[in-house]
Write a protein that binds this ligand. Structure first.
Ligand code: NI
Length: 168
């Protein structure tokens, strides 16, 4: 019996919580992550963080390969950013803020460390869309949303947009 996972949207407190570290990688976590992956693919998201399904634990999934037609699921548990450099910009969206897209500035290159689904630590260099997606998902674990990174003016415009669109 698997609990139905749902993606929570802006206004849900889990999106503003700082996620706590995963202490044990067990079968329960692995099946949760598999269910989250299924959900992410179903809604065609590039990434999904635990906070977004109402679970403030430090892990997220992403699959940038979908964009090029060669899907490859990446799981980052207890992720850390060890080094970052350069600047890039990309029009981001978020499953928790459906329908809104805006350009956000990010680091162009990252060197990260995390633990995989089998509990094995790994380090990886990320650039391009992988680096952008990583930062977007990592922000979720900190309780930060991409709209928090907009200029004050754009943020105000977003607030008005959201007021109108979230009431439907
Ligand atoms: Ni997001």
């Amino acid at each position: 019996m698997v609990e139905e996972l749902k993606i929570v949207t802006l206004g849900h407190p889990a999106l503003r919580e700082r996620a706590t570290p995963v202490e044990e990688i067990n079968g329960e976590l692995q099946s949760l992550i598999r269910n989250m992956a299924e959900l992410m693919y179903r809604v065609k998201g590039l990434g999904l963080a635990a906070n977004q399904v109402g679970i403030p634990k430090r892990f997220f999934l992403m699959d940038i390969g979908q964009k090029e037609g060669s899907p490859l699921l990446e799981v980052y548990i207890n992720p850390e950013i060890l080094a970052k450099e350069g600047v890039t910009e990309y029009e981001e969206g978020c499953l928790s803020i459906p329908g809104y897209y805006a350009k956000v500035e990010r680091f162009a290159k990252l060197y990260v460390r995390a633990v995989d689904l089998n509990g094995k630590p790994f380090e990886r260099e990320l650039e391009g869309l992988s680096a952008i997606a990583f930062q977007h998902e990592f922000d979720h674990l900190e309780g930060i949303l991409f709209v928090d990174r907009l200029s004050p003016l754009k943020r105000e415009l977003f607030n008005r947009w959201w007021k109108k669109h979230s009431k439907r």
